[in-house]
Design a protein around this ligand. Structure first.
Ligand SMILES: C[S@@+](CC[C@H](N)C(=O)[O-])C[C@H]1O[C@@H](n2cnc3c(N)ncnc32)[C@H](O)[C@@H]1O
Length: 215
């Protein structure tokens, strides 16, 4: 088994030969959180949506089925993930319905007021200074837009031993306070326990959370 520090580093930024493997694992492991986030998001026909840190992008097809003529943009700072998600969604990328970029969410290459909806799942842990990412999110969201944070509760993430290597974990209250102190208003919080699974010789029970916030 790969060591825990290595796994944590790959989850932060998948890279090199191991990237496709970790991406596949994330795609399966984070499916319950995507189910919750996609259920929480209010989709309207023609909406422009941005996802930060999309990983393998295996969920894009389901997302596009949530309303008519959605436009989906994704940004991930791992070039390996941009390449993999492009391969996994070739048809939509070629038709222009999905646009994928490699870049950091603290410097989004998009105009002000571009998106109705912006979301990220399992990404906030890696933001050393959340304020600079939240400022960018506010800038590119339309005034009536919504930002959805998908995360697991701090308590449940502590069951995963690799999270002690460089993960900034938050309780729901802590993350809500960060959003509020950066000018967001909390609109809705949904939570759901994931199915339990065995990992590292113990039973892990993660709890998914999706926090909707308005500017
Ligand atoms: C733990 S993975 C989660 C992937 C996917 N969202 C999921 O839930 O399965 C974190 C992803 O976010 C990306 N990421 C982390 N910090 C980022 C940042 N500051 N800007 C853009 N992408 C980032 C990583 O490259 C990685 O693909």
């Amino acid at each position: 088994m790969k060591d825990l520090k290595f796994i944590a580093g790959q989850l932060r930024k998948p890279s090199g030969d191991f990237a496709p493997q970790i991406a596949e694992k994330m795609g399966i492991g984070n499916k319950p959180l995507y189910d919750l986030t996609l259920k929480s998001i209010t989709f309207k026909d023609e909406d422009s949506i941005l996802e930060i840190g999309f990983g393998s992008g295996t969920h894009f097809r389901e997302l596009l089925s949530k309303a008519n003529n959605l436009n989906l943009t994704g940004i991930d700072y791992s070039p390996e993930m941009t390449e993999l998600a492009t391969l996994n969604n070739k048809r939509y990328v070629e038709s222009g319905q999905i646009e994928l970029y490699t870049g950091n969410s603290n410097q989004l290459p998009f105009d002000d007021n571009s998106f109705n909806t912006l979301f990220c799942n399992m990404v906030i842990y890696f933001w050393e200074n959340p304020e600079e990412h939240l400022n960018e999110i506010q800038r590119v969201l339309k005034p009536e837009g919504t930002f959805y944070t998908g995360m697991r509760t701090r308590r449940s993430m502590l069951d995963l031993p690799f999270t002690k290597y460089g993960f900034n974990l938050y309780t729901v209250t802590m993350w809500k306070e960060i959003l509020i102190s950066n000018g967001f208003k909390i609109a809705k919080v949904e939570r759901k326990k994931d199915p339990a699974f065995d990992e590292f010789d113990k039973k892990v029970e993660l709890e998914s959370v999706c926090i909707a916030a308005k500017i």
